[in-house]
Design a protein. Structure first.
Length: 153
């Protein structure tokens, strides 16, 4: 049952990444900018400060790139964790290596896929960011898993 659950979760998460990559450049930018706008407005409301339209646009523009790159890092951080648990459910040897391999190959295919989406491009930097996110996720979850195994035995 664990194999089916984790494999399904892995495929579903890869589909989520695929769908984000399938957005054209304009829609992708609007999605990111909409998220930033919501966060900025919430922060200003919490602090009871007034936010002008000009200030809002300036904040969106100045944070857009970092938010987009953090999104890459985060979705692949999650992919790394899911890959680890999927391979663990199959009792794969060298689980860390193969988890990273899955994520790197998917990051490469994701960037190639973006070459075919209007207004998008494939970037080596994004593959490196994606890979970094997945490696961190895999590293953290493997350390947690190792501690749990040591406690049991």
């Amino acid at each position: 049952m664990k194999k089916i659950l984790w494999t399904s979760t892995l495929i579903l998460w890869m589909l989520v990444i695929f769908l984000f990559s399938n957005q054209n450049g304009e829609k992708s930018q609007k999605t990111s900018d909409g998220l930033i706008k919501n966060v900025v407005n919430i922060v200003y409301q919490i602090n009871n400060k007034e936010l002008t339209k000009e200030k809002e646009e300036q904040l969106i523009e100045s944070t857009s790139l970092i938010v987009r790159k953090m999104a890459h890092f985060t979705v692949y951080f999650i992919l790394g964790i899911i890959s680890y648990f999927t391979l663990k459910s199959y009792q794969v040897q060298n689980i860390i290596f193969y988890s990273i391999l899955i994520c790197v190959l998917y990051a490469c295919s994701d960037e190639i896929h973006q070459l075919f989406s209007a207004g998008r491009s494939g970037k080596i930097l994004d593959v490196m960011i994606d890979t970094s996110g997945s490696i961190l996720g895999i590293y953290i979850i493997s350390k947690i898993n190792k501690k749990q195994i040591n406690r049991r035995g």
